[in-house]
Design a binder for this molecule. Structure first.
Ligand SMILES: [Mg+2]
Length: 365
């Protein structure tokens, strides 16, 4: 099989109502991506996810530096193509951020083609380990700009829908407000629901030591991204002091940083995101690395779960998967949760194919 053509796209899908966490505000979810065509008729879709900022730089990178390496090549040579892209002309200025998100989009499209050509959903193509579905936890009721009333209404509704895990954002200017919101949420959802909080890098080490300890009383399943994601040493110190597990990984761009986080015991739940770590090729390596340390994988859904549902289903050391339903309506086979579990996809491919009308509706480039 040969790649004959590739074209990039940017979609902006509205988020209603707009949301904030401690460092981000978003009105749209951005998909910066690529469609790769082959001489056997298979078309692969891959994308990365953004807060609808910087997408143009991602697709510029794909068009100028990655597409020329793809034309005429066999998509089944994905690991060789990954190396060519990763260690090619962009290596001098890349290795994380924009270039790795661009690489992720291309890599995902290649795996989509391979699974389609093998007539299997990606999770089966990868040797699926969980045919019974994947436990989902819901993040979409806990935004930082929600009033306390709305927060409690939303987490109650999520539990009512059958979810057994909820996550809320913290990182208010006054941590006493975080404490008050966490206390109210734990009372609302009861003791049997898994409860996680996400700081989105907002705290200093001192704040994290102090307030992480205070918040332990709410039986947190994990404390997410308490510090700057480049501060492995700070997370190690925190992990040594707290009795709540540390989760992070959505801003970690390659396996070397994950190796150090895991090796030094600075993370317990590894939230490696396929749309940021350079795609499925690198994601699988991080998952294997974590397995050797008995560290759990629980991805951040920069893809909103479409691709990760396949990867988690095929990974023994993956526990559950985040759920945020902002973009599911644009996909031919949307990620679907029933009674708190992802129902695994049945169509061949990586569940990245977009409905043509939705593609046109939200396309901005
Ligand atoms: Mg997070």
């Amino acid at each position: 099989m040969r790649i004959t053509k590739a074209e990039t796209f940017v979609l902006h899908v509205p988020i209603t109502p707009p949301i904030t966490d401690a460092i981000n505000a978003a009105t749209h979810w951005g998909l910066a991506g690529i469609r790769i065509y082959t001489d056997e008729g298979y078309v692969g879709y891959g994308y990365t996810g953004t807060c609808a900022e910087g997408d143009d730089m991602i697709v510029d990178t794909i068009e100028k530096y990655y597409v020329p390496l793809l034309i005429g090549k066999d998509p089944f040579m994905v690991r060789a193509l990954w190396d060519e892209m990763r260690y090619g002309k962009m290596h001098w200025i890349g290795r994380a951020g924009i270039t790795h998100m661009a690489l992720a989009a291309v890599d995902i499209a290649l795996w989509d083609i391979m699974a389609k050509a093998s007539n299997k959903p990606l999770w089966q193509y990868l040797g699926g380990a969980k045919s019974q579905g994947i436990k989902a936890y819901n993040t979409n009721g806990g935004w930082l700009n929600w009033s306390k009333e709305r927060l409690l209404q939303d987490v109650a509704a999520i539990v009512e829908q059958g979810f057994t895990g909820v996550k809320i954002k913290v990182g208010k200017p006054d941590p006493r407000e975080d404490y008050d919101r966490c206390k109210a949420v734990r009372q609302e959802i009861g003791d049997d629901v898994i409860f996680m909080i996400d700081v989105n890098q907002q705290w200093s080490l001192n704040t994290a030591m102090t307030w992480g300890k205070k918040l332990e009383e709410f039986d947190l399943f994990w404390l997410e991204e308490p510090l700057n994601p480049d501060d492995i040493l700070g997370h190690k110190k925190l992990a040594d002091e707290l009795n709540v597990p540390i989760a992070l990984g959505e801003h970690v761009y390659h396996k070397y940083a994950f190796r150090d986080y895991i090796h030094y015991g600075a993370v317990e739940y590894c939230q490696v995101d396929v749309t940021r770590v350079g795609g499925i090729t690198e994601w699988l390596q991080v998952a294997g690395l974590a397995a050797a340390y008995d560290v759990q994988i629980c991805p951040h859904v920069g893809d909103m779960g479409q691709i990760h549902q396949h990867l988690v289903a095929a990974t023994q050391n993956a526990t559950m998967l985040e759920y945020i339903p902002w973009i599911r309506h644009i996909f031919v086979e949307p990620a679907t949760v029933r009674n708190g579990y992802y129902a695994l996809p049945e169509m061949p491919g990586a569940s990245t194919e977009i409905i043509p009308e939705q593609f046109q509706k939200y396309r901005v480039r």
